[in-house]
Design a protein around this ligand. Sequence first.
Ligand SMILES: *[C@@H]1O[C@H](CO)[C@@H](O)[C@H](O)[C@H]1NC(C)=O
Ligand SMILES: *[C@@H]1O[C@H](CO)[C@@H](O)[C@H](O)[C@H]1NC(C)=O
Ligand SMILES: *[C@@H]1O[C@H](CO)[C@@H](O)[C@H](O)[C@H]1NC(C)=O
Ligand SMILES: *[C@@H]1O[C@H](CO)[C@@H](O)[C@H](O)[C@H]1NC(C)=O
Ligand SMILES: *[C@@H]1O[C@H](CO)[C@@H](O)[C@H](O)[C@H]1NC(C)=O
Length: 750
Amino acid sequence: PRLRLSPAWELLSTNRSVLFFGHRGFLGFRSLYLDEYRDRLFIGGKDVLYSLLLDRANTDAKEIYWPPLPGQTEECFQKGKDPGTDCANYIRVLHPYNRTHLLACGTGAFHPICAFIYVGHRGEHTFSLDPASVDPGRGRCPHEPSGAFASTLIGGELYTGLTADFLGRDPGIFRSMGTRSALRTEVDQHLLNDPKFVAAHMIPDNDDRDNDKAYFFFTEKVVEADSKEHTIVSRVVRVCVNDAGGQRVLVNKWSTFNKARLVCSVPGPGGIDTYFDELEDIFLLRTKDGKSPEIYALFSTTSHVFQGSAVCVYRMADIREVFNGPFAHRESPHHHWGAYEGRVPYPRPGVVSSSLELWYSTTKDFPDEVLHFARAHPLMYKPVYARHRRPLLVMTDLPHRLRQLVVDRVEAEDGQHDVLFLGTDAGSVLKVVVLQKTSSSTTEEIVLEELQVFKVPVPITQMEISVKRQMLYVGSSLGVAQVQLHQCETYGTACAECCLARDPYCTWDGSACTRYQPSSKRRYRRQDTRHSNPAHQCLDQNLTGERLGVDDFESTEKKVLYGAENNSTFLECVPRSPQASVQWFVQRPPDEQRDEVKTDDRILQTEQGLLFRKLHRHDAGIYYCKTLEHGFTQTVAKTALEVIASEQLAHTFPRERWDEPSRLPCPEPRLVPQAPKAWFKDIMHLISSHNLQRVEEYCTRLWCGSRPYHRKSKLAQDKHALAGVDVGKKGRTAKPHSERSRVPRQAVAT
Ligand SMILES: *[C@@H]1O[C@H](CO)[C@@H](O)[C@H](O)[C@H]1NC(C)=O
Ligand SMILES: *[C@@H]1O[C@H](CO)[C@@H](O)[C@H](O)[C@H]1NC(C)=O
Ligand SMILES: *[C@@H]1O[C@H](CO)[C@@H](O)[C@H](O)[C@H]1NC(C)=O
Ligand SMILES: *[C@@H]1O[C@H](CO)[C@@H](O)[C@H](O)[C@H]1NC(C)=O
Ligand SMILES: *[C@@H]1O[C@H](CO)[C@@H](O)[C@H](O)[C@H]1NC(C)=O
């Protein structure tokens, strides 16, 4: 796929990106809360909180400086932590608390602290920290500046999954704040074994708030009975929001803690599946039915043999079924797990509901037998399988690891599509659409765009989508960038190009590729993400003859390229779509016939174009680069290649450097010294203007002083000179589109 620098960098003015990075140079981005109601973006960084008005972020930003408590930096330093990177207040918790306040918690130099931030009502842009509200934050915020952590705020209570001590040895799921007593998990490897928390969400069971459940998603280690080695598995944990702990057993501990394995695997031959066990991220696609969001999970392999990522989708119905199913049981750590087949005490552990009899209205009233059973059986026997028992998307040939996932369900011309935004560990975001093939149960994924959001290859640590604004907010340790969900106009100016892009956000509106609006007039809209056959969709769009590839050889703009005999040269041709296949044709004088270019050891077809390792005289001709996609062909590049014979070259530059003044072909050499760089630029410009007459005049002037010098046979020699200048001066560097294929260049022979 094509890689382009995200337009985010253009959208954010210099001032705005400076602001994003903070005045103290380095933002150390940790947390983000997108407030669609206030149209504000709250950002937690290193010792600083920002509030940006989304429409006027350039001019209207506020910040709060919030360092660790006095003395904590020194203590942190004395305990052997790095004062530059560890001993600061990294704001890792940022949640809306009530109508006027946010809750923020920071690591406080390994001494976590929380505070309320006053953000005012809608329309006000106030932003201040109430110093009186600063509170110890142990169990509410991790000690470490980075690493696994999950939190959610439900009804004024904070639910967190984290390690709650300086040494990172006390992992747990905690509930704090609010009026009820705090709860946590017991310290027990059967409950949590070296967990890495990924996400926490409240998902209701039904309209009765008493039945609300909190779900945590994480990975942990498991040790199988017959082996000493551990493996990593992904888990979902469920606790009841109205859990109050036990009275004599499990005092101030969860009494409704249940966990199940999340399976994401690809069925393989002979029943041997490929498992993706390392959970990276979770995205909840909320549906109208609030109790059944679709759970999108991004995994990677833990295998050393192959690297890959997969996205699996889980349904709440399947998750609930597993938690309502059998508990896992084993006689001893040396036995294998089986389904518990004995009598499960009443009320069933993991359920607290107003529908229970009155004397069980709180977990404190549960019989000890129930709590003992709950404590002994935290694990469910059955795993949760993904929808269709297979991943929605598998990507195995990526150079980067995928870290973050956001999903947008897009209403397109041909129905609904799920567009996945995948953040990599190299500062980029992939935009992928997964198409369900109508004929079979298989899917096809199309990488629509690859956006390099950060110039430096840093891991993307958070992504938030604003469907309202059609924006994606992407965070890394370097800062936060804003990226448009779609940029239909970049796909080109023809109906066929718009169709071939297959971007469900875009459609052809009769004159341009634009954002699809379900309400706009249907007559002109053209898009079919599933099939994208422009021949069908664009027939009446006045593109029939030219654009649909019957013969656009003549109409394509021609470029001229000079190459030196025996030297290498490169004809560039990058198809507009990554899915297109490329074919090269050549028309050699005096022939009118266009033949397909035969590739061999000397002429190679690469992804970027056609490489001649050693140019022969008979290679001269007009080269056409045609792309083919879904039956649509298009001439993307047309290049007249002229080969300059080695004798001619030798004549022009007899083993001298190109800038040797005395040997240039002028009647009376009177050279005006020029900086090589400037020359080069000008020559490029002139060649791209295709005005050879002007090239000749320019060169004559350049080499022979200011007097124009004309001679009939002169042009050829000037061309040599041009080729000579370029050869050896240019590497194959990436260039903006407008400069492509316009200058002779030296290709690195492979
Ligand atoms: C950045 O802000 C300064 C003043 O704060 C202003 O003078 C300058 O023009 C701004 N630059 C850009 C690129 O907006
Ligand atoms: C929100 O919570 C803060 C902190 O507890 C409190 O001071 C404030 O009055 C609350 N605001 C509302 C509108 O309830
Ligand atoms: C279609 O093309 C013809 C000739 O090429 C032109 O006269 C006509 O205006 C075009 N129609 C539209 C709708 O663009
Ligand atoms: C170029 O190659 C041809 C054939 O290989 C050879 O005859 C000729 O001498 C070469 N010219 C130069 C300048 O190397
Ligand atoms: C061929 O390319 C090399 C650089 O690889 C350059 O040094 C040499 O001058 C070129 N030869 C001709 C004849 O242009």
